[in-house]
Design a binder for this molecule. Structure first.
Ligand code: NAD
Length: 290
């Protein structure tokens, strides 16, 4: 398939490389000067999109997605599909979907879970929103770049699923870290805490698979000085998207709101910038109740 790929950063680079390795003809564009195995780089997004059956974007945010969509939609042929894999706000996903539909194009919002390891290994999970026809067109490419693709509903449903998942993740990480800090102050051994919680009703992905306490549970960023992993600022971005969506949908999300405020404080006023999002634990360790 002839594919245009725009945004070849930490995630987009290896995703594009996997498509090229699978035999697709991939033309790429990035603002930065990057070289990706098997991908022919061109000088603009419009050039990458012209003549492509599918254009994939993997960009930092919704504002940039909207700007790129303005450049590529006019040059895409009717029936081609625009597949946005970035994590962006639901409103931007729906706006670009509308713009694509006006031009007779298919659109899928397909944010991913799995991080840079999943992008490199072709094991991402895609959560997709769009028509059945649009999903069917993109699905063979999801199979190359990932291990699972869930068609969640109409345009915007993929982003909705992603930010709800990551709101749970952020809230759960905060809860796991504050519980470890409380356990410390109660004199409870961390290994015992893990042994109990990971097999009791407090278990979660953040405790069992990504334990924020160094030396406890499976290997995680906590065992590597809290190098990301999944950076605290990316968690803050996703929590902000969840609260923006909650605001526009009039949903009451007090735990998400509190998690957003904690990550904002951690990243913007404390030392969380550049740390893994599980570094909330050393943050709580330093604090007292009053
Ligand atoms: P990144 O910053 O490494 O890559 C983004 C790329 O987009 C950069 O190479 C940048 O030069 C390029 N870019 C920016 N503006 C552009 C424009 N106008 N035209 C063309 N290229 C442009 O970020 P990333 O880690 O690859 O993340 C990409 C998206 O994936 C984000 O929305 C992020 O939230 C999401 N995501 C990231 C992870 C992760 O673990 N890194 C996991 C899941 C989802």
């Amino acid at each position: 398939m002839k594919i245009g790929f725009i945004g070849l950063g930490n995630m987009g680079g290896p995703m594009a490389a996997n498509l090229a390795k699978a035999g697709h003809q991939v033309t790429g564009f990035d603002m930065a000067d990057v070289a990706i195995d098997g991908v022919s780089m061109v000088a603009s997004g419009a050039e990458a999109a012209a003549g492509a059956e599918v254009v994939i974007t993997m960009l930092p945010n919704g504002q940039i997605l909207r700007a790129v969509a303005d450049q590529v939609i006019p040059v895409m042929a009717a029936g081609a599909a625009l597949v946005d894999c970035s994590t962006v706000d639901v409103d931007s996903a729906r706006a670009v979907a509308g713009q694509a539909a006006e031009k007779g194009l298919l659109f899928v919002d397909a944010p991913v879970s799995g991080g840079v390891g999943g992008a490199a290994g072709g094991t991402l999970t895609f959560m997709a929103g769009g028509s059945a026809e649009a999903f069917a067109k993109a699905d063979p490419l999801f199979e190359v770049m990932g291990q699972k693709a869930v068609h969640c509903g109409e345009a915007g449903a993929g982003q909705s699923a992603k930010i709800c998942n990551n709101m749970i993740l952020g809230v759960t990480m905060v809860a796991t870290c504050e519980a470890f800090a409380l356990a410390d102050k109660l004199g409870l051994d961390r290994q015992k805490m893990f042994d109990v919680v990971s097999t009791s009703s407090g278990y979660s992905w953040t405790m069992n698979a990504y334990c924020p306490a160094p030396g406890v549970g499976p290997q995680s960023p906590a065992d590597n000085g809290y190098q990301p992993g999944f950076a605290a600022e990316l968690m803050l971005k996703d929590l902000r998207l969840s609260q923006q969506a909650a605001e526009s949908a009039d949903a009451d999300t007090p735990m998400g709101q509190l998690a957003q405020a904690l990550y904002a404080q951690f990243v913007e006023d404390e030392d969380g910038q550049g740390m893994d999002f599980s570094a909330m634990l050393p943050r709580f360790e330093k604090r007292s109740r009053s």
